[in-house]
Design a protein around this ligand. Structure first.
Ligand code: CA
Length: 490
């Protein structure tokens, strides 16, 4: 906690100096001197690394790129869940999915773990005005009722769409389907309306004398992709990064994925990726609106801005146009933190972090009382020194129902083999551990093991487990220590 001590002493020196200059305690300078930092927590939905600042050449994300240029971009951040609910329940409580007992979309953490303190509740109980706009927890049922001072209703889009596009797999038209909604340039998307609510808060609803913890969960780039025509026009269809499966890729593993592999023609692939990129741009525009307001309200210096995605998304890897698994496109996420008082502008932190580390990090930066039993670890040191080491490993899990696997087996690509499924398993848990160089995967209850070398194979196509038995054993030990046996089985 060296950072907290240093900051604490400098904070008191600054407060005392200001008091000496200002005998009327109510003056604005004193309020500034004793103010804790505000927090603005921005959460994208289903966003992989398709941002300019993460090297996506054709992405149009000037506002998030600016945020990265003024803050710290984390190169190795991982989410703990493969879809919204487990991931959000994990990072909003600072606890692992194994602790909160949530692995899928259908379990409500308030029922499972009512004692879990949420980020919003903790900041509120420590003197913050708190607000959540849009999809922060997954649904109202997942909300911590004690978390928010303000929780405006989800706004409903009233604009008439300027257009739609839908593409689907003729074999599985309801399962493998991507949809897009096009909005007229002057109209409001879901994210536009949510951003209006955040702007209203920042401009008119802040409580004087209190710091705020404001969170905004965007719709974008989740399906249906919501875009303006200008977003589509700005993205070059002919330059979309199609996934090229290497010739020595391992066989498709039907246990690993929730969806039937779908390899549409190249133009369809380009369009799906272009539409996704356009949806990312639409969301980026809203980030820009919020940054403008922060500047206008003179809040940029004393606000910690955190931008993340809850989970990533496949744009063609293994024929997947979805999430729901534990491979890099889904697990490896954007994380940007801007806080000029601590974070070194324009730097890149290369050590591993997990989303569940955000809770203890914000806690440390705001110097609030520690919360016992959090699973996360503060990455505040990496904000000051991007070369500071990260965690030794990051973990994610996801259960695939047997019925999905049986459907996958019916639609296996040519030359791929169906594994024999154990008779007694209704759900197959994929669990992965990521380390600096490796991704190791097991499917509990089966004998399937996979090892990928991330520096040479970042999307995880080539299972090299037979070539590196010692490394596989070490990774397996990490995984088993973190995710213990389930029902006596691994
Ligand atoms: Ca999501």
């Amino acid at each position: 906690m060296m950072y907290a001590q240093l900051s604490s002493s400098s904070f008191w020196l600054s407060a005392v100096a200001t008091l000496a200059l200002c005998p009327q305690f109510a003056c604005a300078a004193v309020e500034d001197a004793i103010a804790r930092p505000n927090v603005l927590f921005l959460i994208a939905d289903d966003l992989n690394l398709s941002l300019g600042c993460y090297g996506a050449a054709e992405a149009r994300t000037p506002n998030l790129d600016r945020l990265a240029a003024e803050g710290v971009r984390f190169e190795r951040a991982y989410g703990q869940g493969a879809v919204c609910t487990p991931s959000r329940n994990s990072f909003m409580t600072g606890m692992s999915t194994r602790t909160v007992g949530i692995h899928d979309t259908f379990v409500q953490y308030q029922k499972r773990n009512p004692q879990a303190t949420s980020l919003g509740r903790h900041f509120r109980q420590n003197g913050y005005q708190t607000i959540a706009v849009g999809k922060v927890e997954h649904t109202p049922q997942h909300q911590d009722p004690q978390a928010w001072s303000l929780r405006p209703d989800y706004p409903r889009v009233k604009s008439k769409l300027a257009g739609r596009e839908e593409m689907s797999d003729p074999r599985m038209p309801t399962r493998n389907r991507v949809m897009m909604q096009i909005f007229a340039d002057q109209d409001k998307t879901d994210d536009g309306l949510r951003t209006d609510q955040m702007v209203e808060f920042l401009e008119h609803q802040r409580e004087p004398g209190k710091p705020f913890f404001a969170s905004l969960g965007f719709h974008g780039p989740h399906l249906p992709h919501q875009v303006f025509q200008r977003n589509l026009d700005a993205i070059p269809l002919d330059r979309m990064p199609l996934v090229r499966e290497p010739v020595d890729a391992s066989l498709f593993n039907p246990i690993a994925f929730s969806f039937v592999p779908w390899f549409p023609d190249e133009m369809t692939q380009r369009k799906i990726i272009r539409n996704y990129y356009a949806a990312v741009s639409q969301m980026d525009e809203q980030v820009g609106r919020i940054l403008e307001v922060l500047e206008r309200e003179h809040l940029m210096d004393n606000t910690i801005i955190v931008f993340i995605a809850d989970n990533g998304y496949h744009l063609g890897y293994r024929g997947q146009w979805a999430k729901h698994d534990i491979y890099p496109d889904v697990a490896h996420l954007p994380l940007i933190v801007r806080y000029p008082k601590v974070a070194k502008a324009g730097s890149v932190a290369r050590g591993l972090v997990e989303l569940l580390d955000i809770f203890p990090t914000l806690n440390e930066l705001a110097q609030l009382p520690a919360v016992p039993n959090l699973d996360g670890r503060s990455f505040a040191k990496q904000l000051q020194d991007p070369l500071a080491p990260g965690k030794p490993a990051a973990y994610i899990e996801w259960p695939v129902p047997r019925s999905n696997i049986e459907t996958n087996i019916n639609f296996l690509p040519a030359g791929h083999m169906a594994p024999k499924l154990p008779d007694d398993l209704k759900v197959f848990y994929g669990k992965a551990v990521y380390t600096s160089e490796w991704c190791y995967v097991e499917f509990y209850g089966t004998k399937i093991r996979e090892l990928y070398r991330l520096d040479q194979d970042p999307q995880a196509f080539r299972n090299v487990i037979d070539e590196h038995p010692d490394i596989a054993a070490a990774q397996a030990a990490l995984l088993h220590a973190y995710f213990p046996l389930m029902s006596g089985k691994r």
